[in-house]
Design a protein around this ligand. Structure first.
Ligand code: 5RP
Length: 240
């Protein structure tokens, strides 16, 4: 079975958690896109949900499928968000932002009672950091923010290999919010909490792709079927 089948199986399992009347956050990326396609089929069959997309790409896809959409200003609290991840560890700490949407993904996830991650098994790691950590930064003082993050990396003994993300045409990549992304090639992040705390002190940093203590569950498709990982934190009412 190929990675796309693994993603499909994870997305199908997540779809079973969606019920009539729910307010659902829609993630971004290839795995989330599979989930959105499946959700669109259920909507055609009569499922009644209102969805908040985390990116323009997911918004366009969902709108084309006839899924009812809202903004977070119209629906500030959601039941569940289903999204992908670039890396996840056993504690359900994540790296996200490979698609450059992690700021909106985090805002929508935090507005949701539950964040469910769907992924293929290649995303499960022992330690975060092999995937370059995306850090969304303001364009104002970009160089200065770049240097501050470099200094922080040195202080935390992290590899200093930062790159401003570019488009295939060689332009600086811009997020839906008009910001830039610095991809930080750390290889390993021994203490993700410390790194996230330190990054948040740099004023030009808008948001890093570290999602810590946010995901409740990860549904991971692999060669042996679907494996469900639960976050180590307590949650009183389970959905399945
Ligand atoms: C986008 C994300 C995606 O969820 C992440 O990049 C995973 O994408 P894919 O499912 O295509 O591997 O964080 O910002």
């Amino acid at each position: 079975m190929a990675s796309d089948d693994y993603k499909l199986n994870a997305a199908k399992a997540a779809l079973e958690l969606i019920e009539d009347g729910m307010k659902v956050g829609l993630g971004t990326g290839s795995t989330a896109a599979i989930f959105i396609d499946l959700l669109g089929e259920r909507v055609k069959d009569g499922l009644d949900v209102v969805c908040v997309p985390t990116s323009r790409a997911s918004e366009i896809q969902a709108a084309n499928l006839g899924i009812q959409l809202a903004t977070l200003d119209e629906e500030p609290f959601l039941d569940v968000t289903v999204d992908g991840a670039d890396e996840l560890d056993q504690e359900l700490r994540l790296i996200k932002g490979g698609g450059g949407a992690h700021l909106r993904e985090k805002i929508v996830a935090m507005a949701s009672e539950r964040l469910i991650i769907i992924a293929d098994e290649s995303k499960v790691v022992d330690q975060l950091g092999a995937f370059p950590l995306p850090v969304e930064v303001d364009g104002f003082g970009l160089r200065s923010t770049f240097e501050m993050i470099s200094v922080l990396c040195a202080e935390l003994d992290l590899k200093q290999d930062l790159q401003v993300r570019e488009t295939p045409e060689g332009e600086f990549f811009k997020t839906d919010g008009g910001h830039y992304i610095l991809d930080c090639h750390f290889d390993v992040i021994p203490d993700p909490e410390e790194l996230a705390d330190c990054l948040s002190l740099i004023p030009g940093v808008i948001e890093s792709g570290l999602f810590l203590g946010i995901a409740e569950r990860a549904i991971v498709g692999g060669a042996d079927g679907v494996t469900v990982y639960e976050a180590p934190f307590e949650d009183e009412d389970e959905i399945v």
